[in-house]
Design a binder for this molecule. Structure first.
Ligand code: NAD
Length: 249
């Protein structure tokens, strides 16, 4: 078991569990003893198989699909998300809307769905995977920055409403994590700026970080696991940066 924090008997629901950070979170929670609902639009079954959990195939842009997800869980990890990079005048409105649906409306609908059962038990953990872009802006990421700032606000409201019922809500806000989402950005920027991928990594992505390396998805998952322990009942309404010093500068 990681960190010595047992989650035996807990049931967790992790969105975007098919890849990257979500997959690492699903694995970490399962290794700590939780039974995990792995939610993803298309890769839920593979991860559920790896961790002995349950696969839930759902497109989180569709509120009806969220209505079909389990409501009785102890731990909710709102992680699913995606990126689109474009200047504001060229940013496709339909992409902006879909990002808010997946990265703000879906977490809202899921929190709304699971909170009553958590409150009835007197215990719950909500962890929202935000970003340094929930705390700071970068150009060309209008939809992503808007969505992550909204998620930070939603998480704080959940913390206030959950507090009397033993339910915490926090954001974990990473810098650049080594996942397919980031590898795709590196490739796109390398093509756009006619740079090598190493140069994009050093000069663009890690420019604002003090620690000049991508973060491992497992490092983010370790913090998520830690937040789910009994010991963390008074850590709520917070945003924990895992950003190699990005927001310190
Ligand atoms: P990823 O692309 O590796 O994984 C995202 C997962 O979300 C995929 O499995 C995808 O299928 C799923 N998903 C996307 N849209 C969905 C939908 N409509 N319904 C259901 N599932 C859907 O990305 P990642 O890097 O692991 O990102 C996970 C989260 O972490 C995102 O919210 C992202 O914004 C956040 N984040 C990532 C980084 C980073 O550098 N990678 C940094 C900060 C925050």
């Amino acid at each position: 078991m990681r960190s010595g924090i047992s989650l035996d008997g807990r049931v967790a629901l992790v969105t975007g569990a098919g890849s990257g950070i979500g997959r690492a979170c699903a694995r970490a929670l399962a290794e700590a003893g939780a039974k995990v609902h792995a939610v993803d639009v298309d890769r839920a079954a593979a991860v559920a198989g790896e961790i002995g959990g349950w696969a839930q195939v759902a497109d989180l842009a569709d509120p009806a699909a969220i209505d079909g997800l389990p409501a009785e869980v102890d731990i909710l990890v709102n992680n699913a998300g995606f990126q689109h990079v474009a200047p504001l005048p060229e940013f496709p409105p339909e992409v902006f809307t879909r990002m808010q649906q997946v990265m703000v409306t879906a977490p809202f609908l899921l929190i709304r769905r699971v909170l009553p059962a958590m409150a009835a038990k007197g215990w719950g953990r909500i962890v929202n995977i935000s970003s340094v872009h929930g705390l700071r802006a970068s150009p060309f990421k209008a939809a992503y920055v808007a969505a992550k700032h909204a998620l930070e606000g939603l998480s704080k409201v959940a913390a206030l409403e959950g507090a009397p019922h033993g339910v915490t809500s926090n954001c974990v806000s990473p810098g650049y994590v080594d996942t397919p989402l980031v590898r795709d950005q590196i490739a796109a920027q390398a093509a756009a700026h006619r740079l090598g991928e190493d140069e994009v990594l050093e000069r663009v992505l890690l420019d604002r970080a003090a620690v000049k390396q991508l973060i491992a998805p497992e490092s983010v998952a370790e913090v998520v696991h830690w937040l789910c322990g009994d010991h963390a009942g008074q850590l709520t309404g917070a945003s924990l940066p895992i950003d190699g010093g990005w927001t310190a500068a």
